[in-house]
Structures are given as structure tokens and as C-alpha cells.
Design a protein around this ligand. Structure first.
Ligand code: CFM
Length: 560
């Protein structure tokens, strides 16, 4: 069966991955085209980060270089460590009051820009998400120190909001001037009688936002997880890790879990609270959506409390069904399994009906996807459902394991930049450690295809001949458009308008533009319709790029 099998003869939601639209030789030609515009030194480095996928008989992909510094002068789409810590992992939790210790710009630009939604449940349920609190450091503070100002800010914030917890985020200058944010947090925690914790997540701390994820995982695990002793009710208790409720994705998944009788103890951290994260050790299973940002938490929860985890993907109707079946299999309850099958059948029918309508208009169209650290993978099956071909995909800041699978973790070289980020020493907690499944039970689950404690990475699921690109640069994006002439590009706001000026639609897979949810069955239907509208819109052929109308400025490299 090929990927292009008609909707009339095969189930479009069956997960069948077919051949690539390019041969390996054609992909290698594109790679050469990308590198030839660079000075030799830069081309040598980029060469290791641009890989033609070609799996061996075990399904192993070639090695890709990832999580290394972007070269000076290359325009990257990456973000900073503060962004990964504040904006991504801790940010979506509505009842932790968050203070940015730094100049006002860092707080301002992380203020409601990620579309992570939340829903307070009652008038007593704190929701601080609309606020942006900053110490607004000035030149004077940089010279004489900002710690006093931070202490004052924490007290003032407490007096106004009376929160249960306060988190403090360090920006670049804080690390440079040496403010002891942790001492301030400790003292204020004792003084105010609430949880106050600080993170040394200065923007430059790592090579990208990925370092900020790790720092946030450590802080939340240390200061929040396990701090709420009230056990949640429920038969099938699950934590969902790495789902941040962009465009309402978590709301859609919460609806499905509720329908199935699955208790979501907490999410890290879409639509989450300090209160629910504190209950995480009561769950019997951790499901991991975004491996890159939260795999540290999954491992620590397993080591300390004995909760197994596995990777899920709720993007696409097929993957959603598969992930739900894995959860049902883990719990091994016939009632839950029956409810799961009934829900899949019901909701897949609606997805198939929409596919029958839109697929003939999209079949065979091509897409390039360069997103973050997990979505470039998650969206591939959704495009396959539409009959579209992913020619090339890549992450901005993922690590080799997100590309090649966790099996390569022992081979990853730890460089100075990674050594900068603390790895917490975690051991089983004597009172609370209880392995939820025996080794034999876990082995049985693995044998039936549940990826317990594992993630296979993006490349293993991509066809041979697809071009995998780490930390794609602005120059390369334009060159890829010239060489591959895709029908659609998926990336973020930094790329959006340049790509559209080329007459090619761009769907933002970070913020979802103004759309979503795209997770779950209903989300998949939203995405099918959105992509149909975008790709088949008549406006694109009418666009004339400004650089086609006016001569462009040209320049040469000063040195090679
Ligand atoms: Fe995980 Fe994310 Fe992503 Fe990410 Fe992000 Fe995001 Fe992303 Mo933008 S946590 S790695 S740091 S799935 S903000 S919700 S869309 S780059 S692919």
C-alpha cells in the first residue's frame, strides 16, 4: 500500500508511512544547493546538521549534529534559555505568580505571546496569566546590584495578589552582575510562608531555549511536585507531560479523557495549576507529548515515585487513536478499552467524512516543516492523512535523541554548553516510591508496541530521501523555497511574512496563527479544513514578491 492510496479504497486514518517524494540522490542535490552559498568554514559545520534520511536495516537513521551553538552571522529561528523556562514550561501554570527579574523588554516580549490558554475553574481559582511582572532593572541596578529590588518586588507582588507560589526568572544581566536570586527566594519564602523559587535561566545559559526547559523541569520538580498531599479521586490516573495548551489543544484532550473516565491529575503545564502539579506523584502513568521539553520530568517522576511513562502523539486522528489505545492497554481494563474503541470509532467517522471532501484537493501537495523540538515530528502523520508529502523537516533546538531516538543518548557528547545545566540527583523516595508495573508487565507492553520509557525520534518515522535539517537558517529557508517549490511551509512568525511574499502559504505551527485546537479528533478536523483553505486559496498565485519588482541589494562575504 502506498501513501497515496485513495480514500475510497483504504482507511486514511490507518498509520501507513510510504515512500518519500524525492530520491536520496535528489535530496543530496538539494543539500549541495543549500551549502554552496556558504563560506567553506560554515558549510563544513552546516553539513553535519543537514542530513538525507536513509535508514539501515534496523531502521536506524544517520547521525545528525544537534544542540550545538548557532554560528555567529547565521540568522537562526531559535529562542533563548529564559524563553524556554519562563515562556514555555513554567509560563502556562496560572496560579504561580511569575516575576521576570531583568530589564522590561524580556517580561514584555514574553507577555501572552505564546497562545497557551488556561481556564480558571472557580472564582477562588487564581489566574495570573494576563499579568506580566518585572523588576524593570535600570542602569543603576546593573551597577549596584538588583537583589534588593527583587526582594521588594516579591513583597509588593505578594501584598497585591496573595498567591500560593511565586516564581522568579533570571534574565541575562542578572547572571552577569551576580544577584543571588536563590537566596532572595529562600528568604522571602520563609518570610511570607508561601513557596517562592527562583531559576537561573539567563538567556545565554544554553545554546537555545532547550536549556531553559531543563532548568524549569528541575525547579518544578524540586519546589512544586509532591507538595500537595491530597490524593485525587479516580480509577485511571494520568499525568500529561509536554502539552502546553496552545490554541486550546489541552482542552480538547481533557474532553476526551473525561469522556473515557481517565482522570488527568495534572498537565505539565497547559491549563495547569500549582495545586494539581503538587499531586503529580499520585498518578499511575505519565504520558509524554513533547519529549524535548519535559523528558527530564518523566524520568525523575519514574525514579522517585515509580511512575512509568511512554510517548504519545495526539496530533492527527490516526495517532490520537493509537495513543488512546496504548493508554487503555496500560491500564488493562476491559471497560476502559470498550469505551476507547467506541470513542475512536465515533470520532474517526467524523474525521473521515471531512477527509473525503478535502483530500482530493490536497493529495500529492508538498510541505516543509521547521518547528521547535517536537512538532516537526508530531504533524507528519496529520499531513499524511491529508495525502500531502513532507519533503523536508527539522527542529530548531532539539537534541539527537529527538531526531534519532533515545537509543543514541549514551553516544551523545556532553559539551561545555550542556554541562552548564544542572542534572538533579534523584533517588526513590522511601515513603512514596511504588513501581506501578512490574518489569514483566512493562516488557509485555513493549512487546505489544507501547513505547514504555522510550521515544523513537523523528527520523525513524520519516521516509528515506527526506531532508532533515537542524537549526534551519533564514538563508536556507529561502533557498529551499527556490529549490523545492513547496505548496506549504510550516514554521513560525519569524519566517511567516517572508515566505508569504514568495507566494507560498505559511501555517504557524507554534502559535497556530489564530487557530486551533489541532489536537485530538476534533482538532484534526480543524486542521484538515485550515490546510485546505490555505493551500487551495487563490490569492497565492497573485502575489508578486517585492524583490521580483525591484532589484535586490547584493553583497559578498568579507572573509572566508
Ligand atoms: Fe515542545 Fe512546545 Fe515544541 Fe517546545 Fe516551543 Fe511551542 Fe514549539 Mo514554539 S514545548 S519543543 S519550546 S512542543 S513554544 S508548545 S511550538 S518551539 S515545537
Amino acid at each position: 500500500m502506498s501513501e497515496n492510496t485513495s480514500v475510497l479504497t483504504a482507511d486514511p486514518l490507518a498509520i501507513v508511512r510510504g515512500a518519500a517524494a524525492m530520491s536520496e540522490a535528489e535530496a543530496a542535490e538539494v543539500k549541495r544547493g543549500l551549502l554552496e552559498g556558504y563560506p567553506a568554514k560554515i558549510a563544513r559545520k552546516r553539513e553535519k546538521q543537514i542530513v538525507v534520511n536513509s535508514r539501515d536495516e534496523r531502521g536506524y537513521s544517520p547521525e545528525i549534529q544537534a544542540n550545538t551553538r548557532t554560528l555567529p552571522g547565521v540568522i537562526t529561528q531559535r529562542g533563548c534559555t529564559y524563553a524556554g523556562c519562563k515562556g514555555v514550561v513554567v509560563g502556562p501554570t496560572r496560579d504561580i505568580l511569575q516575576i521576570t527579574h531583568g530589564p522590561i523588554g524580556c517580561g514584555f516580549y514574553s507577555w501572552l505571546t505564546r497562545r497557551n490558554q488556561t481556564r480558571a475553574e472557580s472564582p477562588d481559582d487564581d489566574n495570573f496569566m494576563p499579568y506580566a511582572l518585572s523588576t524593570d532593572l535600570q542602569d543603576n541596578d546593573i551597577v549596584f546590584g538588583g537583589e534588593k529590588k527583587l526582594r521588594k518586588a516579591i513583597r509588593e507582588a505578594y501584598d497585591i495578589f496573595k498567591p500560593k507560589a511565586i516564581a522568579v526568572f533570571s534574565t541575562c544581566p542578572v547572571g552577569l552582575i551576580g544577584d543571588d536570586v536563590h537566596a532572595a527566594a529562600r528568604d522571602l519564602s520563609a518570610e511570607l510562608g508561601i513557596t517562592v523559587f527562583a531559576m537561573s535561566c539567563e538567556g545565554y545559559k544554553g545554546v537555545s531555549q532547550s536549556a531553559g526547559h531543563h532548568i524549569a523541569n528541575n525547579a518544578v520538580f524540586t519546589h512544586v511536585v509532591g507538595k500537595n498531599e491530597t490524593a485525587p479521586e479516580g480509577e485511571f490516573k494520568v499525568n500529561m507531560l509536554g502539552e502546553y495548551n496552545i490554541g486550546g489543544d489541552s482542552f480538547e484532550l481533557e474532553r476526551i479523557f473525561e469522556d473515557l473516565g481517565i482522570t488527568l491529575v495534572t498537565t505539565f503545564s497547559g491549563n495547569s495549576t500549582f495545586v494539581s502539579m503538587g499531586q503529580a506523584p499520585f498518578a499511575d502513568l505519565d504520558i509524554v507529548m513533547c519529549h524535548r521539553s519535559i523528558n527530564y520530568m518523566a524520568e525523575m517522576l519514574e525514579t522517585k515515585y515509580g511512575i512509568p511513562w511512554f510517548k504519545v502523539n495526539f496530533i492527527g486522528a490516526g495517532p490520537t487513536g493509537k495513543s488512546l489505545r496504548h493508554i487503555a492497554e496500560y491500564f488493562g481494563d476491559s471497560g476502559l478499552s470498550d469505551r476507547t474503541e467506541a470513542l475512536i470509532e465515533r470520532e474517526s467517522a467524523a474525521a473521515r467524512a471531512v477527509l473525503e471532501e478535502v483530500k482530493p484537493r490536497l493529495e500529492g501537495k508538498t510541505v516543509l516543516m521547521y518547528v521547535g523540538g517536537s512538532r516537526a515530528h508530531h504533524y507528519q502523520d496529520l499531513f499524511r492523512e491529508l495525502g500531502m508529502k513532507v519533503l523536508s523537516a527539522g527542529y530548531e533546538f532539539a537534541h539527537r535523541d529527538d531526531y534519532e531516538g533515545r537509543k543514541v543518548i549514551p553516544d551523545i557528547k556532553i559539551d561545555a554548553d550542556s554541562r552548564n545545566i544542572e542534572v538533579l540527583e534523584v533517588s526513590p523516595e522511601p515513603e512514596r516510591y511504588a513501581p506501578r508495573r512490574t518489569e514483566t508487565q512493562l516488557a509485555t507492553l513493549r512487546a505489544s508496541g507501547v513505547p514504555v520509557d522510550d521515544y523513537d525520534g523523528m527520523m525513524g518515522e520519516m521516509a528515506d530521501g527526506t531532508l532533515v535539517i537542524d537549526d534551519v537558517s533564514h538563508y536556507e529557508t529561502e533557498k529551499l523555497i527556490e529549490l523545492l517549490k513547496p505548496d506549504l511551509l510550516c514554521a513560525g512568525i519569524k519566517e511567516k511574512y517572508v515566505v508569504q511574499k514568495h507566494g507560498i502559504p505559511l501555517k504557524q505551527l507554534h502559535s497556530y496563527d489564530s487557530g486551533g485546537p489541532y489536537a485530538g479528533f476534533k482538532g484534526a478536523v480543524n486542521f484538515y479544513r485550515e490546510i485546505d483553505r490555505l493551500v487551495n486559496g487563490s490569492v497565492w498565485g497573485k502575489i508578486k514578491a517585492p524583490w521580483d519588482l525591484n532589484p535586490e541589494l547584493s553583497g559578498t562575504y568579507g572573509s572566508l
